[in-house]
Every structure is written in structure tokens, then in C-alpha cells.
Design a protein around this ligand. Sequence first.
Ligand code: MIC
Ligand code: SF4
Length: 642
Amino acid sequence: MNVAEKIIRKHLAGGEFEKGSEIALKIDQTLTQDATGTMAYLQFEAMGVPKVKTELSVSYIDHNTLQSGFENADDHKFLQTAAEKYGVIFSPAGNGICHQVHLERFGVPGKTLIGSDSHTPTGGGLGMLAFGAGGLDVACAMAGQPFYITMPKIVKVNLKGKLRDWVSAKDIILELLRIETVRGGRGKIYEFAGEGVKTLSVPERATITNMGTELGATTSIFPSDEITKDFLKRQGRAKAWSEIIPDADAKYDEEMVIDLNTLEPLIACPHMPDRVVKVKEIKDVKVDQVGIGSCTNSSLADMLLVAEALKGKKINKDVSLAVSPGSRQVLAMLSQNGALFNIIESGARILESACGPCIGMGQAPKSGAVSLRTFNRNFEGRSGTKDAQVYLCSPEVAVASALTGKITDPMKYFGRKPKITMPDVFLADDAQFQQPASDGSKVEAVKGPNIVSLKEFTFDLKNNATVTLKVGDNISTDHILPAGAKILPFRSNLPKISEFTFEAVDPAFAARASNTSNGIIVGGENYGQGSSREHAALAPRFLNIKIVLAKSFARIHLANLINFGIIPLTFDNPGDYEFIKEGDNLTFENAAEILSRGKEFLIETPYGNQIKANYGLTQRQKDILLAGGLLNWIKSVQNEKK
Ligand code: MIC
Ligand code: SF4
């Protein structure tokens, strides 16, 4: 067996071990972050379970750390007290980005992890089987329920050779994105193998598995080997290690090869992570802003390299360089060994250890700016500035460009790459993590005015609906429900956040949808790619959207639509997409009848033609939809048991 199969087999809680069929997995660990966590704990509360049933659950504050009003601080207090009550470890603001901190302090090879954040596969760098999921799925896992996925294909990515100076792990994943595109990874697990694996440290592996999310992959994973053991030992967690390597005769569904020897510095151009070209092909592009950080590239090794490259130099006067170390551990160690001095003295701005600019929480670039970021997403407008041109690259490219003021190939600009020596022992000060109460029943989860209770939905779609919006391919959750400093504070307030649905695509959408009793969104390929935010399903549902009819869906968003009672339909013939216009009234047989009887979904258009839509749903998924959503379904299952 390969690594992924070994972990899946050990955690199989239902379903057949067959490609394409739904399987249930036992979940060992969960993580949440603050932008999705408030909903997850409200949903957990609604399930009436007194304490989490996982081996470990951690609640991180890392996204909404800019407190320009009471809202984010209200959320933080709720999350702190909910964690204390329900048996969850709490990681307060300032501790760092959930994925970086989890890798350092909590991840365990061979365990399963789900997180209410799409970049949870970062844990795959440690040999964990880690998935991004909607908050409600994470709440279910905390309540002891299994996690459902479609059994993916397992793709072997054979890494040959060794990276040259100034070429980095980021270039490996950018190369994969160039080859596979943002939708090439759907229904797949990328498992890394070959001689190149042992040349990559755990943080480098984590950069790759982190951004595997941008391929649309179910997850990505590295084996757990001597390198993993060494990382855990330095973190003072040697006991957490176990070896998980593929069997000598392991089989894979597909195989691809990446030759590390010939790889060059790469860059993803605006506005998609797969618009990858060689850095040397970009000529004379002036840079206004450089951001180094995010869950993709904020490890100690990344920061030490940046510090060394900046040592004794000054950044270009027209560049604003923002550096956010990924965790308190990274920042503390940088300051302890003096490397932080080199970064500060170069003219860089040091930001809090948090997501920050990656999610538009500050540092929005100037109008029309070119912004170079070591992050993982460059969707239009995500930076907070609609016309900014955001490029994604490695810390090596970022630092060279910050010095020259132009997009620069570090291979040409620098001489030999400096040798970075990693400390034998990392600063493992866990004092900032707050442990839950031994008796949570006495703790009250504090709900300030920003926490608005959940809304209950029912299945009330009959036999017609209106096309409220028609969009194209690769619509991301950032299009559906933008993030950023203005909107993120309302993540715990559904009525308020719904007003921003599709704001950048069509500002009139929210008002139009709320005045239509049954709405349909028509989409192209890969609808809902990107983040795990369930608000991208919840808000449309709040605005009466009952169906999304698309050419294809991204995995996490598809699950979120079902969880909140929106029927996901795909065109049987993708060409039929052309026959539907915004404002069309579409009719069909009674929707509940169709789903419960397994009938065909045939849609009549106002132009006299009939469109066939597919809904390859399992019985479990149909039952969830008919119950009006997952929370209702769980409650009804619980009542039946009583
Ligand atoms: C992102 O990178 O888009 C986020 C913000 O981390 C999201 C989660 C969210 O929207 O809260 C993600 O990746 O899941
Ligand atoms: Fe945070 Fe950006 Fe990572 Fe999302 S991608 S978790 S916003 S750092």
C-alpha cells in the first residue's frame, strides 16, 4: 500500500475502499480558526454534545486579528470560552497561523485531521492525512461523527534529483499547478515519493501540501521518515513520530515526475494560482509591494533565509515589504538569534504572526499596484484592492524583488545561496495555549452582540425557481463571499454578512435574491473553488438560493452546499449552460419527489427546451438535503435514537 491508503485503511469507518465511492473516516484531530470557528462552535453547541470526542481539538485565532471595532474581539472571547467549555485547546491571537502552529506543536504522523480551513492539508507535510472542510463538518467530527469523502485516486508525484540554489519547495508546487491547473487535482490525493523527498525538510514539504489545495486536490501527503523524526525531535516531540512509508510494491492510480534538478524559480501571474511562468520570462515589471508570510511560507527556515538575504542591505525605496512570521515560535526564535534585526534594518515592516495581508486583513496595496506575495491565492480583489496585480512566488523571489524593486530571478541576482543552519532545539514554549476546563458544564460560552444565533432552514423548494445569477468558470469562494477587513468581522452574523454576497461580481445580487423566493445560481466549471468558508453556502441560502446548477463543483464547497440544504446540480450536457439566462424562470417536477424517488432532474426553460441535470448524491446526502441541512438531519437522527 501507499502512505495514503495505509492511513485511510486504519481510519475507515464506513463505505467501500473503492475509487469514486463515498467513504467515512474516523477523525483523530480537528482544528478551527476564528473566521470559520464561531459558526463551527455554535453548530457544535446546537448538537447538544457536552465535550469534544476527538483525541485533540484546537481553536486558533489567526484570521480576524485586526480589531477596528468590537466584532472580532467579541468572536475571540466567544471562541476562548467555547474552547474552555467543550474541551478544546485555545490558541490566542499572536500565537500564529493555525497551520504553521499545528505543524510545530500538535501534528502527529499517521493521524487524521480535519480543519475548518482549506489549507489544513499542510499537515500532510508531517505525514498526516489532513483535509479542509466546512465548519459544520468539523463540528460533526468534534461530536464524534466520521468525515465523508469520495474515495480519491492516489497520484504518485515522483520527485527526482535535488533543487538548485535559489529554487525552492514553492517552485515544486507552482510547477504542479502549471501542469495540473486549479481544477486538475479534484478527486485526487497527491502523494510525494522518490529520491527528492529526502532532500526536503518538513516545512518545505508543508509548503507543497499546503498549496496542493490550489490544485483542488482532496489532500496531499508526504511519507513520515527520518526527516520527519528529526523535525519532531527538534520540536521536543520525538515521541509523536512513527514511520509511515509506502510499501516497496505500492501501487498508485497515476504517476507523474518532477525533475528538481532542472526546476527554475517560478511565479503565478494575476489572478489565478495556476497562471505560472518562469520568473526569468517576466521582464521589467516594477513592484510596489512584497508580502512574505502566510501559511505557505512563514516557517523559521523561510524567515532565516529572508533575513540572511537582506543582511546589511536596504530594500528599494518604492517597495513596501511586509513580513509576517508564521508563529510566535518563529518570531521569538528570529528575535533570539538576531535575524529579526536584519529584516527590520532592511526597511521591512514586521507584522503580527497571523494571516494578515493574505486574507486582506490590512496591507491592501495601492490602486493598480503590483504585489508579490509568498502566499497561496491571488484571486482578483482578495488583497483588498480590486485592480491590484498579485503574483505568487517563493520567499527567494520575493526578497530579491524587494531589493531591486522589479520582479527578479534570485538565481541571477544573488551569488551562492547562504547556508542556513537550523537550531537543534526549537523554542517550545507552550505557555500561551490555554487548556480546557476539567468540568466544562460550569463554563459559559460568552456571546457578545456580534454573535448572532443560527438560523434554521427547511426544505421548501417545490417546482420552480428563478435564475438569480449566472457566472463563468472557476468562481472562487472569494467571489461568492469576499473576505477582507471590512467583511470578515461579520462571519458570526449571517444576516449582515449576506448583504455582501457576490458583491464584487454583481452588487445588486443580494437585494435581488432576497426578493425572489426560490433562486438558482448557474455556474461554469469548478464552481466554489478556494476556501472552506461555509458562509459561501450559508449566505446564498439565507438569500433564498435553493439550487446551484454548474458544470462542475469544487469538493469542499459541494459539501457545504449540501450541508446547508442547497441542491448541487450539474449539467448532463455542459453545452446546455448556454441556454439559460439570468432572470429565467425554470420549472421541474416537485423537487422533494425527484430527490426522494431518485427521479431524473429535468428542467424546462422558458424557451421550450428541456435540460437534464445530474445529482450524483448518496442516500445520506439526499436525506440531508430533504431535512433542510445537516444540522436538522443530525437532530432528527438523534431524536430517532431516543
Ligand atoms: C482563505 O485562505 O481563503 C481562508 C480565509 O483561510 C479560508 C477560510 C475562511 O474563509 O475563513 C480557507 O482557506 O478555507
Ligand atoms: Fe490564513 Fe492565508 Fe493561510 Fe488562509 S491561506 S489560512 S488566510 S494564511
